[in-house]
Design a protein around this ligand. Sequence first.
Ligand SMILES: NC(=O)c1ccc[n+]([C@@H]2O[C@H](COP(=O)([O-])OP(=O)(O)OC[C@H]3O[C@@H](n4cnc5c(N)ncnc54)[C@H](O)[C@@H]3O)[C@@H](O)[C@H]2O)c1
Length: 382
Amino acid sequence: MEKIKVGVAGLGFIGPAHIEALRRLPDVEVVAINEFGNELAKAKANSLGISKSYGDFKDLLADPEINCVHICTPNFLHYPMAKSALQAGKNVVCEKPLANTVKEAEELVELADKSGLVHAVHFNIRYYPLVRHMRMMREKGELGRIHSIIGTYLQDWLFYETDYNWRLEPDKSGESRAIADIGSHLMDLIEYISGLEVTAVMADFATIHPKRKKPTKEIETYSGKMLKPEDYEEVPINTEDYATVLLRFNDGSKGVVTVSQVSAGRKNRINLEISGAKQTVNWCSESPNQVWIGNRDKANELLMRDPALVHPESAKLISFPGGHNEGFPDTSKQLFKEVYKAIREGKQPSQPSYPAFGDGLRELILCEKIIESHRKEAWIQV
Ligand SMILES: NC(=O)c1ccc[n+]([C@@H]2O[C@H](COP(=O)([O-])OP(=O)(O)OC[C@H]3O[C@@H](n4cnc5c(N)ncnc54)[C@H](O)[C@@H]3O)[C@@H](O)[C@H]2O)c1
């Protein structure tokens, strides 16, 4: 079987994670990478054992061997890169957020739909097997009518005023930070699992550090701890470190999410609790191989990830037997398995099982409404 050839753009934190996941698929081969400038591109390609490197994205798109492009660059580059990749006839897997504005995302959805090419957004958290299991529990009526959804996504990598990254600059990251960066995953999970639509939002943001110390040299995500005090300059910060958003859903049920990038000790913790008329389910990304099931009239349960114990639809996302834990790197592999099946079949399915550009647009719509709500201090209809 001829392998599907792939090019990956942006090799900071998540780009190499895409490559590692792609290398676990038998019918896919990463043949080239693109980084900012020829020298960096060559160095990254060498370190990852990839033969072709391009310092300009246009050259990667001109490579006729490449069938699919993964976009893993900072947010502001997603729109222009995804647009030019589709125009060059490449299938596209784009990191979240799909673009920086709703207008850009709408244009990408239209272009992608017209092209017939395969398009996906890397909402990989959906691919923890027990996340899909919770969705299947809801679909099969095991939760009953949903009463409430409570989600948190907490991190601490921007805890100190000396912590810095391009995500703190709106021209690179967009108008919202914590909501767009990690809230997007949480909102996507909530609608994906519950099958409900958010119809109104009421948001309250906080910027814990209105000024931060910016390093005078470029750094990659999560590598800021290496710098010394003399390497910084003070800059104003205009995006949120923390946000709480009240949610109303289309069936009248309610929810709330809190996101923070300044919660000491919480490295990257998603916690989601959905209470229904029959049961409650709780899942946490720090112990992703178990889901807690709460009962009123009998003992609570703890379901371990095991292909023999979950619904068959979720067992499809499990590659190892129970007790052999799977985690974050496995989620991308499972998402890419579904995307590359579509690429091999030659078209975007009408109802893809994976998150597509339309799902990316949905998150941007929610994000813009959340920002509007915070600014106006009012409920905003979605
Ligand atoms: N799905 C997830 O779980 C997840 C996790 C982390 C990041 N992300 C997303 O991935 C994207 C990248 O995040 P990151 O944490 O890897 O950032 P990063 O800063 O660590 O890496 C970005 C890389 O892009 C490169 N780059 C910058 N400009 C470029 C250009 N013009 N051409 C080619 N390469 C260029 C940089 O040199 C750097 O290596 C973001 O949009 C982020 O939201 C998603």
